[in-house]
Design a protein around this ligand. Structure first.
Ligand code: 13P
Length: 250
């Protein structure tokens, strides 16, 4: 049975004190047994948040990026080897903000995914189309291409360590959410792509998260869709009460 996942992406928010306070609230909270919570934490707070949440077995920590190389003269960068050495289990790769503002191409992301998996990290791999592509009706093709270039050469075993997040760019931070039907349509397409590429087992077992203005008020309906296995949540994950409600929305 594939996992139900509520993942928060803190992006570049929170000072240290606020991060510790939020992490402590989650550490002390009761999380439903069938839900996995992942906190996507800025690099500088990763270890502190991991230590605080360690006692809560339902919470896992994720980085928000990692390099495609294990080490080297790359000032300011963080490698998957470093994350592994700090026992950080997850990394978010391919977020649209990384693709857009840091020119991360599908080809580079293929290398980043490989490097992360080679270091034993689990990857939350993000895909999603911009508004113009959606308006032109090319969203399915666009997302399929993102998957094809970056992950199609992975093995079935690799895929055990991949979670897909579908995040339509027009719904990120805009307050505009894909309708549950739009989300389901894309998730179903992604699952059938996984079926064609990796076979039935991978398609059935891979969790596919929806991201883009998930809130307490819409989480239940979105998570209720057949092919939606949870959410990757930005804004609403920065507040304990709202993310806790989302965690309990399955
Ligand atoms: P919002 O939930 O703020 O729209 O952000 C979604 C997102 O980008 C999660 O990675």
């Amino acid at each position: 049975m594939r996992k139900k996942i509520a993942a928060g992406n803190w992006k570049m928010y929170k000072n240290f004190e606020e991060a510790i306070e939020l992490a402590t609230s989650f550490a002390n909270s009761e999380i439903p047994e069938d839900v996995t919570v992942i906190l996507g934490v800025p690099f500088v707070y990763l270890k502190s948040v991991a230590v605080i949440t360690a006692a809560n077995k339902r919470i896992f920590i994720s980085a928000q990026n990692s390099h495609d190389k294990n080490e080297g003269a790359y000032t300011g960068e963080v490698s998957p080897v470093m994350l592994k050495s700090m026992e950080i289990p997850f990394v978010i790769l391919g977020h649209s903000e990384r693709r857009e503002y840091y020119n991360e191409s599908p080809e580079l992301l293929k290398l980043k995914v490989r490097a992360a998996l080679d270091n034993g990290l689990k990857v939350i791999f993000c895909v999603g189309e911009p508004l113009l592509i959606r308006k032109a009706g090319n969203h399915e093709q666009y997302v399929k291409e993102q998957l094809k270039i970056s992950i199609s050469e992975l093995s079935g075993d690799d895929m055990k360590n991949i979670v897909i997040a579908y995040e339509p760019i027009w719904a990120i931070g805009t307050g505009e959410t894909a309708t549950p039907e739009q989300a389901q349509e894309m998730h179903k397409m992604i699952r059938s792509y996984l079926n064609e590429t990796f076979g039935q087992f991978v398609a059935k077992e891979t969790s596919i998260l929806y991201g883009g203005s998930v809130k307490p008020s819409n989480a239940r309906e979105i998570f209720g869709q057949e092919d939606v296995d949870g959410g990757l949540v930005g804004g609403a994950s920065l507040d304990f009460d709202s993310f806790y409600e989302i965690i309990n929305a399955f």
